[in-house]
Design a protein around this ligand. Structure first.
Ligand code: NI
Ligand code: MN
Length: 225
């Protein structure tokens, strides 16, 4: 069983009933956030890249909960240098099995720096196998045809796909990304947080392949797989 709570923008909380894992916990300063940092207590935080709308409250959350930050090499170092006690360095293409499940960092076409402008290595998409299910959080990315490889070698139960345009794919490309990956379910993320990424998520649903279930999650909604 895998519970997925959407916290707004790209922030997600995963639970298998035993472990809690946060992805890109941007809560403070996120006008759509359904939770405050003090409302959640993840023991693991997985990051797609260093931008402020993804790193978010990671450092404070990790310190308060003695949580492990899992991220690409440069970003894990940054967290460690800022007082996070437990970090796990990874890099694109690698997988590692943690107590909650397996994390694989995939390619994402984007950039990555900290809010203060420091280079943070490559951005990533995240594949997380947890509670018997497989989730693909595409991070911030452009459309690329090698997404096909992600769905070829495994079954993706749910794909979280950025669709807000301007910084990432818009609805047309996001729907095409879903067609490449062929997940069972697709959920749009990274939209309507700010005026520049306003879209109508129904436009995304309409463009999905007919054999993929599209789902719009409002901040605070929880999906149980
Ligand atoms: Ni970004
Ligand atoms: Mn972003």
């Amino acid at each position: 069983m895998l519970k997925i709570t959407y916290m707004g923008h790209s922030a997600v909380l995963l639970s298998d009933g035993t472990h809690e894992v946060a992805i890109d916990p941007f809560l403070t300063g996120n006008p759509l956030a359904s939770a405050k940092p003090e409302d959640i207590s993840p023991k693991f935080i997985v990051l797609s890249h260093g931008h402020g709308d993804h790193l978010g409250d990671t450092i404070e959350l990790a310190k308060k909960n003695d949580a492990m930050v899992i991220a690409t090499y440069e970003l894990a170092n940054y967290c460690s240098n800022n007082g996070v006690g437990k970090v796990h360095h990874m890099n694109t293409g690698g997988s590692f099995t943690f107590p909650f499940g397996k994390v694989t960092l995939t390619v994402a076409f984007h950039s990555s720096s900290t809010p203060d402008g420091r280079y943070m290595g490559d951005p990533n998409g995240l594949i997380i196998e947890m509670g018997g299910k497989t989730l693909y959080h595409a991070g911030d990315t452009a459309l690329f045809s090698d997404m096909k490889l992600i769905g070829e070698s495994r079954t993706i139960d749910v794909m979280l796909v950025p669709a807000g345009d301007n910084f990432t794919m818009g609805v047309d490309e996001a729907a095409k990304a879903v067609a490449f990956v062929k997940p069972k379910m697709a959920v749009p993320i990274h939209y309507n947080t700010f005026p520049v990424i306003e879209i109508n998520p129904d436009d995304f649903l309409k463009k999905l392949p007919s054999d993929v279930e599209g789902k719009i999650l409002k901040p605070g909604d929880r999906l149980e797989l």
